[in-house]
Design a protein around this ligand. Structure first.
Ligand code: APR
Length: 318
């Protein structure tokens, strides 16, 4: 158990995090910051505190609209952002306008972390993931161990679920890795997908696997279309918590992490989804795994997409 975990943004994902962190007894104090008036963060935490006797957990809350509630946090999970919704004049923001807005929010998040918990390990979930985690790193200037993004755990979980469903086996039997950027170019690594240690290709035909991989790449959008008013929020929160637990319990667990590459895979300075070992210090090691020629070509293409996103972020913030 940590002394204090901070959550930034108390919307749909932040709300699940604030229920799960006390329920899993991950921290003695949970901080939630959200700028939404009158005081969304305080309200959500009061609701959970009032339910805590029923669930049977003790937790202290520091909640509010100001980042000072994060003071002393050892781990921070960032979910702050705005979704694509009509502007006051009724028109939809362009992709670039939305990115600009979310980068401004990200700069406020970075300042809040720098001022209040400069040593906290930071897991960022906010979208567009590749752009936001890159900007946070630019602003915070951290080593790669203590700042990284959650995308691959969720993308891999989606792949695992689809494989388990198609093969008629438990999700617990399926291991998978989805690497690269968090977007249409993400790369499900078929050669690393195993059912109870056996190649997935012993269980499913090529066309079924190709269908699953295509569905994985679009899985976020599939949920958005069905929900209608928002995006996936339970599975992203649970995925970030899997990373948090690996850190809190020093598990040395291997999972797909959006980590800054420092020469691995021939890439320097970009945040890309790669397998990494997570433990008490955060990202303790980035693993370079063998890929088939086809997977490597797709990975390189995904890296180029991440590179152009990073260039766009630099252009919009210069
Ligand atoms: N500081 C703190 N919180 C902020 C800030 C800010 N500067 N700006 C916005 N927020 C808050 C909003 O008030 C809102 O409550 O962030 C919260 C975001 O919550 P939701 O809109 O419900 O979004 P959610 O579904 O939780 O997703 C959060 O993660 O997966 C991504 O695409 C998703 O970028 C989005 C993020």
């Amino acid at each position: 158990m940590l002394d204090k975990i901070g959550v930034i943004g108390g919307g749909m994902i932040g709300g699940v995090l604030c229920q799960e962190i006390p329920r899993r007894r991950l921290a003695r104090t949970l901080a939630l910051v959200d700028i939404m008036p009158p005081d969304l963060a305080k309200g959500k935490c009061l609701d959970i505190a009032e339910g805590s006797p029923v669930m049977g957990f003790d937790v202290n809350f520091d909640a509010g609209k100001g980042y000072e509630v994060l003071a002393g946090a050892q781990l921070v999970i960032n979910t702050a952002g705005v979704p694509r919704k009509p502007k006051p004049d009724g028109t939809l923001p362009t992709r670039e306008e939305l990115l600009q807005t979310n980068l401004k929010i990200t700069d406020a998040v970075a300042q809040g972390i720098a001022d209040n918990c400069p040593d906290a390990i930071v897991i960022s979930i906010a979208n567009p993931l590749d752009a936001i985690v890159y900007r946070l790193s630019r602003q915070l200037g951290r080593d790669r161990a203590t700042l990284f993004g959650m995308a691959g755990v969720l993308d891999s979980a989606r792949y695992r679920y689809f494989v388990a469903e198609a093969a008629g086996v438990s999700v617990e039997n399926v291991e998978a890795l989805v690497l690269g950027g968090h977007g249409d170019t993400m790369v499900p690594i078929r050669s690393a997908c195993r059912i109870a240690g056996l190649s997935v290709e012993l269980f499913l035909d090529d066309d079924v696997l190709a269908g699953i991989e295509a569905r994985t790449r679009k899985a976020g959008g599939e949920v958005v279309k069905l929900i209608g008013t928002g995006s996936a929020f339970v599975s992203p929160a649970w995925s970030a918590l899997e990373m948090a637990e690996a850190i809190i319990f020093d598990k040395k667990k291997v999972m797909a992490v959006s980590a800054r590459l420092e020469g691995e895979y021939g890439v320097e300075g970009l945040y890309v989804g790669v397998p990494a070992i997570l433990g008490r210090s955060g990202v303790e090691k980035v693993l370079e795994v063998p890929l088939t020629d086809g997977e490597r070509a797709l990975f390189d293409r995904s890296v180029e997409a991440v590179r152009s996103t990073a260039a766009e972020v630099d252009r919009l913030t210069s």
